[in-house]
Design a protein around this ligand. Structure first.
Ligand code: ADP
Ligand code: ASP
Ligand code: MG
Length: 587
């Protein structure tokens, strides 16, 4: 007998017939002798429909009332599924988040789970009942002591399910959806997307936060942190889906189920060099040429950052190991002779990185990293952000000092700190999946001071307002007054709030202003084998160049490469990159 948590998404319970089909599935699993906790989402698009009703009344409805409204969607589906189970003779009981005791923070619309009381669930399971729990919702206690209904954020039923599995120490959490499992990319965009048999939680965390909506990133974070065995499967067939793997098995700490320490590692990689090409032409194929030439020279490029300037030229910076500097210099010099542009290099650099899960999902983490570095007087030469790792390239002479302050800030122990780690990902695929995010907007802050603390100030101001900024690029170029530009992408829905939040900060920097870029899409490739393989980024840039797609921005992290492109090119880009890595061939 196994204890299983099974989650059925909106499409899977989108009609009476589908609810009946899901009930049959559950009945069969119960018949096999399993103990079952079932989590369901609201039927079909009902969360969107409820949301639209509110928007028809107010452009800016109070978040508390939105939670009150949206939580009703799941209440409908748990009751209907329970009724369907009773019809099949299965003893089932529906429970809301509050009835179970899913206790969350009070942040309406994006509450994190603090605790799940398991006693009420366990007593029903002991009675042989199937418990049908409303996903996406919980309850918090307001300062006045009144219980408030909260929601976890769109797509949050996955998180409810995995959190229940962690709290109950279930044998497995099965996520049933309208796809056969996790595919190499979104099958709605790319017809020949293929099913993956398995994927690591770190890769899935990156993909999920970069647009692969099949799993809520926070669900993957919980699976990773508490070692929940997670499977994604089709609601319509009995085929095996995708298994997510993780080596960690933390116990749920006192800090709260979803609030456990998000940073669990710190690394210093010494002997790095930064090469910066500026004023190179802004046209398809430039990045491909550069990184192909480096790859043919056997040079393993680590971080890559590119931003477009004044619409007609690019600055591209990248890091390599110091001992490849002479060769890389030669290759770059030859290239700029043909293409135009300027080259500058910096030796004796160090890369400092924090590791964890859900780092970008908690905007305060990157902000506190940048803050502690700026307080120690460390200027950030390059920044690379991602869901599982944030890296800063800094002057080598400040490495040890930076390591100490960052370690203290994130309360890391000696064994969580590594100096010059081995290259990760040997034997793993360089790209396991690709994702498209159409919900990002590109923004530049013009004329900010070039001194420690600028990136930290931007990040903290946005973090205080719950806004994550992604793909941060500090430009190579300086204005005549020595100031520089910082570009970043953020979720479109946060753009207006970000503008308002930044007003007081920008007022402190004379001449600074916020500028919107053109409509963009972001395409990302993710693979655990990326650090160990030479030329992965070059392949992605070549695939885009062959389709005549211009790259406006590039950022990378350890296991991902992301490019910002024109919004209209999104689907085409996803297809060419997917096929460029041969992901369409059965894996
Ligand atoms: P549910 O309602 O079951 O939670 P979602 O709509 O949230 O379903 O997630 C499933 C959808 O995610 C699929 O229909 C698919 O279009 C999309 N998707 C995006 N990327 C991927 C991917 N890599 N693998 C599978 N599905 C994906
Ligand atoms: N019903 C919620 C939504 O549509 C939660 C979910 O489906 O996971 O976002
Ligand atoms: Mg979903």
């Amino acid at each position: 007998m196994a204890l299983l948590v099974q989650k059925f998404g909106g499409t899977s319970v989108g009609s009476v017939e589908r609810i009946q089909a899901v009930a049959k599935r559950i009945a069969a699993s119960k018949e096999e002798g399993n103990e079952l906790v079932v989590v369901v989402s609201a039927m079909g698009n009902s969360t969107d429909e409820l949301s639209n009703l509110a928007k028809a009344i107010s452009p800016n409805p109070p978040q508390r009332e939105m939670d009150m409204l949206l939580a009703t969607g799941e209440q409908v589906s748990i009751a209907l599924l329970s009724i369907a189970l009773h019809e099949l003779g299965v003893n089932a009981v529906s429970m809301t988040g509050a009835q179970v005791g899913i206790v969350t923070e009070s942040a309406h619309g994006r509450a994190r789970i603090l605790e799940i009381r398991t006693d009420r669930l366990k007593s029903r399971l002991e009675n042989g009942q199937v418990v049908v729990v409303a996903g996406f919702q919980g309850t918090s206690f307001s300062t006045g002591g009144t219980a408030e209904i909260t929601t976890l954020g769109r797509g949050g039923s996955d998180t409810s399910a995995v959190a229940l599995a962690a709290a109950l120490e279930a044998d497995k959490c099965e996520i049933y959806s309208d796809v056969p499992g996790v595919l190499t990319t979104d099958p709605r965009e790319v017809q020949n997307a293929q099913l993956m048999k398995q994927i690591s939680c770190n890769e899935m965390l990156e993909l999920a936060s970069l647009g692969a909506s099949v799993l809520h990133p926070r669900a993957v974070e919980i699976a990773r942190n508490y070692g929940v065995l997670l499977e994604v499967r089709s609601s319509w067939s009995d085929d095996c889906g995708t298994t997510l793997t993780s080596d960690l098995k933390n116990s749920i700490g006192l800090q709260g189920l979803e609030l456990g320490k998000p940073v669990d590692g710190l690394e210093l990689l010494e002997n790095q060099a930064v090469l910066a090409l500026s004023h190179v032409p802004d046209q398809p194929g430039i990045a491909a040429k550069l990184f192909e030439a480096l790859s043919s020279g056997g040079i393993n490029v680590d971080l890559i950052i590119q931003a477009t300037h004044e619409g007609n030229s690019n600055d591209i910076s990248f890091t390599i190991s110091q001992n490849a500097l002479a060769e890389a210099n030669k290759i770059c010099e030859e290239l700029i002779k043909k293409l135009g542009g300027k080259l500058s290099t910096q030796n004796h650099m160090t890369k400092l990185s924090i590791r964890g899960a859900g780092i970008m999902g908690r905007p305060g983490i990157a902000a506190s990293l940048f803050e502690v570095l700026s307080r120690s007087g460390v200027n950030l030469r390059l920044i690379a952000t991602s869901e599982v790792k944030v890296s800063c390239v800094i002057d080598a002479s400040l490495g040890t000092k930076a390591l100490r302050s960052v370690g203290e800030t994130f309360e890391l122990t000696e064994d969580q700190i590594t100096i010059n780690p081995m290259v990760a990902g040997l034997g793993e695929p360089e790209v396991r999946g690709v994702a498209l995010d159409k919900h990002q907007a590109q923004v530049s802050v013009r004329k900010v001071p070039d001194k420690p603390g600028t990136a930290a100030a931007l990040c903290s101001t946005l973090a205080e307002n719950g806004i994550t900024l992604d793909m941060i690029v500090q430009s190579e170029r300086k204005h005549s007054d020595g100031s520089q530009d910082i570009s970043f992408t953020l979720n479109k829905d946060d753009r207006k709030r970000a503008g308002n939040a930044l007003i007081p900060l920008l007022a402190q920097w004379p001449g600074a202003s916020l500028e919107d870029g053109p409509a963009i899409a972001r395409i990302s490739a993710v693979g655990a084998g990326m650090p160990a393989k030479i030329g992965t980024a070059a392949k992605m840039f070549r695939a885009l160049a062959q389709a005549n797609i211009n790259i406006e921005m590039i950022t990378t992290s350890e296991i991902r490469t992301s490019c910002v492109i024109a919004e209209a090119d999104g689907t085409k880009a996803l297809n060419v990159v997917h096929n460029g890595f041969n992901l369409h061939q059965n894996i």
